[in-house]
Design a binder for this molecule. Structure first.
Ligand SMILES: [Zn+2]
Length: 471
């Protein structure tokens, strides 16, 4: 949120604007940049206010008799499990961190030096039509970034395999990577074609259109995701008729959450880990169980579905989508002063005053409208996404804890909840005591011991038997 503030200074510093000329033209160039920065600040401030007011900072409201208990893995996990979790953690961290750093370094070098513009100029040297230039630039850049990340993903996957979490052969894994790249191609190409059409058509006010369009696009993608993207990676079928299905639908009804179907994903083709999730909203909303979960005892499955019903009841997906879309609208406004900054454009090897018509990839377009600025754009988007991740994770963990509280209120069975959380942590080899960096960068959920501690607090608050240590 402070990015907007920092940038206002930059707008004044770069006040010469994209258009060279007399003082009148300078003021004319400065005006939309100030307007865009103010719009970004207002949107970021709204997101901050909405998050501050609506995030369940205390998911278990009320007084815990005797005070809340602290998470302690040693209570429920034997030393062998704790050391296995530690060993797995130190095996997956190196590829995760080095992959993240290498990816960031590559896109920042491409976007903040002329290398990215040169690369785009080279791959689009033979394309004559502008939309084709943008399509080729987008697919080439995203492919290059994916290829650079490939060794780190192979490294991660081999760790998962070593620990028995992955059930895939390398050919199937590679097909997944290609599918995922295909989805990235489609999304980035559509977004960039729309954005660069706006930049070209409305050089001074494209940020307003981009913010509105970005908002709509994020909501649309989140809505169609369960029916358009998830089937690319998994097959789904309805949970078959029987006692489990009947019990789960009855529980949803009792909870006042209209659920017509519970879907099962063929996750076992890829992993041994246990999971369930809610995606989509409105007519695409679905509760999905991993098929790996179906062998668990029925009360444990009910405990998990109780958590998912908590998400459904609070419309967490829709709410998260709307807040995220607002943040992205703010980021798109902020892009304007950055993408019209002569200093940044020159740094990125893009002529801020207009490239000569015969320059490679230039086609006579100026500044941000030059498709070679796509590398700078991706660098800024990546940096923004990375800066937003800790905030997203912080809010997500609170929302997940609220869904846990919902499951406890619904099933009133903290003992099953605790044993389920323990099973989840052991089967998925979860990090039992994440460090600060892991919380900031990766932890979208509270840790297993955190969730177990909350269930014990719930039991004390509701004067039911406190689940004893499982060791
Ligand atoms: Zn959840």
């Amino acid at each position: 949120m402070s990015e907007a503030e920092a940038d206002k200074g930059r707008v004044d510093g770069d006040g010469t604007g994209a258009v060279a000329g007399g003082p009148g033209r300078t003021a004319r160039a400065r005006r939309p940049r100030i307007a865009a920065a103010v719009a970004a600040a207002v949107l970021f401030a709204s997101v901050a206010a909405v998050l501050a007011l609506t995030t369940p900072w205390n998911p278990l409201p009320g007084h815990v008799p005797g005070g809340g208990v602290k998470a302690d893995p040693a209570l429920d996990f034997p030393p062998a499990e704790i050391s296995r979790s530690r060993a797995f953690d130190s095996a997956v961290n190196p590829p995760a961190y080095t992959g993240l750093l290498a990816g960031l370094a590559l896109i920042l070098v491409l976007g903040l030096t002329p290398l990215g513009a040169r690369f785009i100029g080279w791959v689009t040297a033979r394309t004559r039509r502008r939309p084709l230039t943008i399509i080729v630039a987008a697919t080439a850049l995203t492919t290059l970034l994916r290829l650079a990340g490939l060794p780190f993903r192979i490294w991660s996957e081999s760790v998962l395999r070593r620990y028995g979490l992955s059930t895939q052969g390398w050919p199937a894994w590679l097909v997944d990577q290609l599918k995922s790249l295909g989805v990235t191609w489609v999304v980035s190409t559509v977004a960039l074609l729309l954005l660069y059409a706006l930049i070209r058509r409305f050089p001074r006010y494209w940020w307003a259109g981009a913010a509105a369009g970005g908002f709509v696009l994020v909501v649309l993608v989140s809505f169609i995701y369960p029916v358009a993207v998830e089937p690319v990676f998994n097959r789904f079928h309805s949970l078959p008729q029987g006692r489990l299905r009947g019990d789960l639908l009855a529980m949803a009804k009792r909870d006042g959450v209209p659920v017509e179907d519970v879907l099962v994903a063929d996750a076992s083709r890829r992993t041994t880990s246990l999971n369930a999730y809610v995606s989509g909203f409105g007519s695409t909303r679905r509760i999905v169980l991993y098929d790996t979960l179906l062998k668990s005892p029925r009360p444990q499955i009910e405990s998990i579905v109780g958590h998912e019903l908590g998400h459904a009841k609070r419309d967490d997906v829709l709410w998260g989508t709307l807040v995220g879309a607002l943040g992205i609208a703010g980021a798109l406004c902020l892009l304007y002063p950055l993408m019209t900054s002569p200093r940044l454009l020159r740094r990125a090897g893009v002529d801020p005053g207009g490239a000569p018509p015969d320059a490679p990839g230039g086609r006579g377009t100026r500044g941000a409208a030059d498709p070679r600025s796509i590398a700078l754009l991706l660098a800024l988007v990546t940096a923004g996404t990375q800066l937003a991740a800790p905030v997203q994770n912080l809010v997500s963990r609170r929302i997940e804890a609220r869904a846990d509280a919902h499951a406890l209120n619904l099933t009133r069975d903290p003992s099953t909840f605790v044993s389920m959380q323990r099973t989840l942590s052991v089967r998925n080899i979860s990090d039992l005591s994440p460090d600060v960096m892991e919380y900031l960068l990766w932890m979208t959920h509270p840790s297993g011991p955190d969730r177990i501690a909350m269930a014990r607090d719930w039991a004390r608050m509701n004067h039911t038997e406190v689940p004893p240590p499982l060791r």
